[in-house]
Design a protein around this ligand. Structure first.
Ligand code: ADP
Ligand code: MG
Length: 696
């Protein structure tokens, strides 16, 4: 059978069939999927030298023969140790592998192998610990895992790098079937690598220079498509109408005056930009950016307030039910002096003001416009909710509305039969993207930025804590509780089969509740609790009945407990930096000094570098960039809170030159033919691109 791009991995051969379920977990089903699954980093094992030339601690590859090999168990630590002596014509060296029991079964005396790693050299000896090895067969072929720039992919624990590379190598020839879709003119003028070659080289690059060419080409593709996509949205929206929202100056001033705090200038500016935008009669499509805790909610509340005074409907969507509930309470409180009807609608919570209603009754009230403001999860518009004069839709913790979301909104708000109307769209995110960058990248979005924190906020003191100082942290927590404050303790997923991390967090909870803080009320929150249970816990924590909340990362996004001053994160090295930043943002939300303790037992240089970034980085943006550097694109932002992962697989927000380079080409193409009918290949690409823009 000849392989095609759409051939499913599971049908390839025995190996494909065995590994297919694991690739499926990464979202990879076909040959094409895998070809477009790019490495996030490369280990440079191309430095091939002789043993006598070894230099300490430099990544090196040796071509050697195995002279001795044996395994034993270290009696103290129950560790399996495999030792080997290998040699080339210039000398011998000792190799040690820890806990890799299969190695002694695979390698035999006399085998010729490549070894890649960093030599440890002392006065008396030279050794490699845990080097990568690759056997050289009878007919020496190009290497995959050593002696070259070796690709490293984001993966799950069960799928090894060697397995990924092995399957990729087999399917790589199919890349010859990939169709070039960039116009000839662009290819020639920009001297881009052909797409087929770029795909080949991105996986197994010939050398660093060719790798750069390949990356450049593939990044350009993404940036170009993203810009075309934005351009099309902009044109589409420009043809639609939206309700003209009048500004109620006096009422707004009154509303602001009765707030318990003074708005920051940034908040005022952002609110004003939004309010002005709502008055145009054309759909607003705006992104509000502001770091965690910068007070986006109240800025948006001002705009919502005005829409409600115009007697039109507003829908707010939150990423989780807990947050939906929290925001529901915030809006109820903020608007309590006014006669707005506010509803909460999620898959398990249905409230109309303070009254619990059946879903059916609530839907009816939304339809007949009794409800003015409805708060729900991101799924709100997907469900069969019929609005009546929906004028503004706000989506929290998301960069932008997806294609399907916009389509649905357009359909939902067909109020006048002839004119195509659209509610105004506002998305909010804590992921900071520089203004100039987002203007180019998100040409369809207007941007408002809240770039200052409310006054009286102190910087959160962050510390990296090793096991020896754990007791001190517990004492400190007790002091903070005595001073009237509250504490978060977050546990990571430990057992990967335990998807929601329930096991780890439950164990930790029992320990803390019974042993460490027996006299303090400790609560437990994780994703597998029923919504009502979660709700109860959050209420108790808010009401300070619970002093310490032990939780999984479910509390990551948006939760607001100003009285909490300590965020203790267990096994912090297991989290991405952006995620740690979000978690840290759960404290420091009041005038009290707050603390973030990053607990880690790992002393690996990589962990230290990553943890250190938490101390030095100035903002979330810098951390997001560092995440990309350290862990690859798969890890950047929490999956649900952003659209970036879907949009850009390889291009980075900092790929300035390419972003600028793409812009005039995009303008030219959209100028020649905004329907893209003259560019069928681009049109097809855009269609696929949009299909991949799934937002949860
Ligand atoms: P985020 O931008 O992360 O969504 P929130 O809107 O939840 O932040 O606001 C965080 C906290 O700061 C809330 O408790 C809110 O009431 C408070 N807050 C907002 N604006 C101000 C301000 N100008 N001064 C003091 N506190 C404020
Ligand atoms: Mg928020």
């Amino acid at each position: 059978m000849s392989w095609q791009l759409n051939t499913e991995l599971k049908t390839l051969n025995k190996m494909g069939a065995d590994l297919a379920p694991k690739f499926k977990k990464l979202g990879l089903l076909t040959i094409e999927d895998l070809l477009f699954y790019f490495p996030f980093r490369y280990d440079d094992y191309s430095n091939l030298i002789k043993i006598e030339k070894l230099v300490p601690n430099i990544l090196t590859t040796l071509r050697v023969k195995v002279e001795l090999i044996s395994s034993r168990r270290s009696f103290k630590k129950h560790m399996l140790i495999t030792e080997a002596v290998v040699a080339d014509e210039t000398g011998q060296i000792k190799i040690i592998w820890f806990n890799q029991n299969f190695i002694a079964k695979i390698l035999n005396i006399g085998d010729e192998i490549y070894l890649s790693g960093k030599p440890i050299i002392t006065d008396h000896s030279a050794e490699f610990h845990n080097p990568v090895f690759e056997k050289i067969g009878k007919f020496e072929k190009a290497t995959m895992h050593t002696n070259r720039l070796v690709p490293v992919y984001s993966s799950t624990e069960k799928l090894s790098q060697k397995q990924i590379r092995f399957l990729l190598k087999q399917i790589l020839p199919v890349s010859a079937q990939i169709q070039e879709w960039l116009p000839q003119e662009i290819m020639l003028q920009e001297k881009f690598l052909a797409l087929q070659q770029a795909i080949y080289q991105i996986h197994f690059p010939k050398d660093q220079a060719t790798l750069e060419l390949a990356k450049n080409r593939l990044k350009f593709d993404e940036i170009f498509l993203l810009q075309i996509h934005s351009g099309l949205i902009k044109k589409e929206l420009a043809q639609l109408q939206s309700p003209k929202i009048n500004f109620f100056a006096t009422e707004t001033k009154e509303f602001v005056d009765q707030l318990p705090f003074k708005l920051t200038d940034s908040q005022k500016k952002a609110a004003w930009e939004i309010i002005k935008n709502l008055n145009h009669g054309k759909p607003m499509n705006r992104l509000l950016e502001g770091d965690v805790g910068s007070g986006k909610t109240i800025a948006v509340a001002l705009a919502i307030f005005n829409v409600l005074l115009n007697k039109l409907q507003v829908a707010c969507m939150e990423p989780t039910e807990i947050l939906a509930q929290q925001q529901f309470n915030v809006f109820k409180k903020n608007f309590q002096k006014y006669n707005f009807n506010i509803a909460l609608l999620t898959s398990s919570l249905t409230y109309f003001n303070n009254e619990h209603l059946s879903k059916k009754e609530l839907l009816k009230k939304i339809k007949d416009r009794t409800v003015d403001l409805v708060i729900g999860t991101h799924a709100l518009i997907q469900e069969k909710v019929i609005f009546n004069n929906l004028a503004l839709v706000v989506i929290d913790e998301q960069h932008r509305f997806g294609v399907s979301q916009r389509k649905m909104l357009k359909e939902k708000s067909q109020s006048n039969k002839n004119i195509q109307t659209m509610p105004h769209l506002l998305s909010m995110t804590a992921t900071p993207i520089p203004r100039s960058l987002s203007l180019t990248l998100y040409g369809d979005l207007d941007l408002s930025i809240i770039d200052e924190m409310p006054l009286a906020r102190m910087a959160i003191q962050t510390e990296i804590i090793g096991p020896e100082k754990r007791a001190q942290v517990y004492n400190f927590i007790k002091e903070q509780i005595q001073a009237g404050h509250q504490i978060f303790i977050v546990c990571p997923l430990i057992d990967p089969s335990d998807k929601l991390g329930v096991k780890a967090v439950v164990e930790e909870f029992e320990k803390l509740d019974k042993k460490i803080f027996p006299e303090i009320s400790v609560g437990l929150l994780h994703g597998r609790l029923k919504v009502e249970e979660k709700e109860k816990i959050m209420q108790d924590f808010k009401a300070q009945k619970i002093k310490i909340l032990v939780a999984t990362a479910v509390i990551e996004v948006g939760i607001d407990i100003p009285n909490a001053t300590v965020m203790m994160i267990e096994s912090a090295e297991r989290f991405g930096l952006s995620q740690l930043h979000q978690l840290r943002g759960r404290v420091g939300r009041s005038e009290y000094q707050s603390y973030c303790f990053l607990m880690t037992e790992s002393e690996s240089p990589e962990t230290m570098r990553r943890m250190h970034a938490m101390l030095t980085a100035k903002n979330g943006f810098e951390l997001a960039e560092k995440d990309l550097e350290f862990r690859g694109p798969g890890e950047i932002y929490g999956i649900k809170q952003s659209g970036f992962n879907d949009l850009l697989k390889i291009a980075k927000l900092t790929d300035w030159l390419l972003i600028k380079k793409a812009k005039p080409w995009v303008d030219k193409i959209l100028h020649i033919d905004p329907t893209l009918n003259k560019f069928p290949l681009i049109k097809e690409k855009i269609k696929n691109f949009e299909m991949n823009l799934h937002f949860e």
